[in-house]
Design a binder for this molecule. Sequence first.
Ligand SMILES: Cc1cc2nc3c(=O)[nH]c(=O)nc-3n(C[C@H](O)[C@H](O)[C@H](O)COP(=O)(O)OP(=O)(O)OC[C@H]3O[C@@H](n4cnc5c(N)ncnc54)[C@H](O)[C@@H]3O)c2cc1C
Length: 387
Amino acid sequence: MNYDIIVIGSGIVGLGHAWAAAKRGYSVAVFETNSRPEGASIRNFGMVWPIGQPAGEARKHALRNQQLWEELGKAAGFPVEACGSVFLAHHDDEMAVLREFATAESSSDLELEVLSPAQVLKQMPAANPHGLVGGMFSNSERRVHPPTAIASIVSYLNDVVGIDFYFETSITQVQEGEVVAADGRSWSGDRIIIANGAYYKSLFPEQHRAEHYKICKLQMLLSVPQPAGWNLGPHMASGLTLRHYSAFNVCPSLDHVRQRVSETMPELDRYGIHVMASSTPDGELILGDSHEYGDDIDPFDKDEIDQLVMREIHKVLIIPEPSISRRWSGFYAKHPQSMFTIREIESNLYIVNGFGGNGMSLSLAVSESVIDQWEAAKTWEVSNEPA
Ligand SMILES: Cc1cc2nc3c(=O)[nH]c(=O)nc-3n(C[C@H](O)[C@H](O)[C@H](O)COP(=O)(O)OP(=O)(O)OC[C@H]3O[C@@H](n4cnc5c(N)ncnc54)[C@H](O)[C@@H]3O)c2cc1C
């Protein structure tokens, strides 16, 4: 069987390319090792997060990405909530960063509001008032529930759009327009896209190695459902989170935050911990996270990390039911400089990977640009920029 496009991997990057290609009339097949998507795309916070993307091309992709989630949510029947986000500041240096950021972005596409402690508590009554200095609201962020959204996208693309999905089909070889599964079956495609996320070592490991991707492991927690009527509201990011997203690198006070944390809480730097929270449709809270890279990755999850995440969560949020019902870890591939990479490694064979912690925030728009550029018979070069 020949397809116009073959996609290897059914995470959001693979699904994004499959959707964009099928919308333009191409025949598409998606291959997935597992019986359903089980990678980073179902293990994340569900934060569609323009605020974390640096101004420029990445931000442009992120804002387009947010519109595409809305379109896809409507078509596939899953909620995409316009929840916005609140950064909480419990230290003066964090507040200084938020003010600097709001000033730097005053003429950008982000709509930001610097908040007093009273205004924070109005937006997010669960914010811990103890030591609260203020915060910042952004209305650009969207919320999806990753396991629900990804499962709905697969059903929609399969049942309505007509994309063929081959689950439990691990692709072990790709050669001259053909993909071969572990059981020997093969399919041909005019163009092949490899979107295998953190599992990149299994296909063309040398090309992947040349990109210097780093694998990152994150530990995550899910609270039990909160009492009826209680609502987190927007996504919550803490002052610690400012250290994590390159969008905030433009703020002079960020060095102070980094230095204070490294001097007073080196255990957070050791495990790359900052804290964020998002709510689920069942009233639970998705809480995290940590970042361990490369050889530092422990195959076993560390209770110490969970304890540190919860310690920091309690400093910034008051959660009525803080018991934890689930713990998991997730893995992604991060490019050391770019927000993502797209490479044609042989004629009509592409690797799209390296989105790091931003795949839900960028990949639908990036996939669309890839297919659009192909349509326009240009090259597959899509602009990205340093992470
Ligand atoms: C804990 C965590 C929290 C995050 N939070 C956010 C967030 O809130 N917002 C955000 O924007 N981003 C977030 N991210 C990042 C985001 O989830 C990732 O960037 C994105 O999901 C990567 O998508 P992917 O399709 O490349 O990878 P995956 O979702 O991992 O998909 C790759 C798929 O390829 C399949 N595969 C691999 N090899 C083969 C093969 N040989 N044959 C067939 N199939 C194969 C795998 O089984 C897998 O299903 C988070 C990530 C993690 C881990």
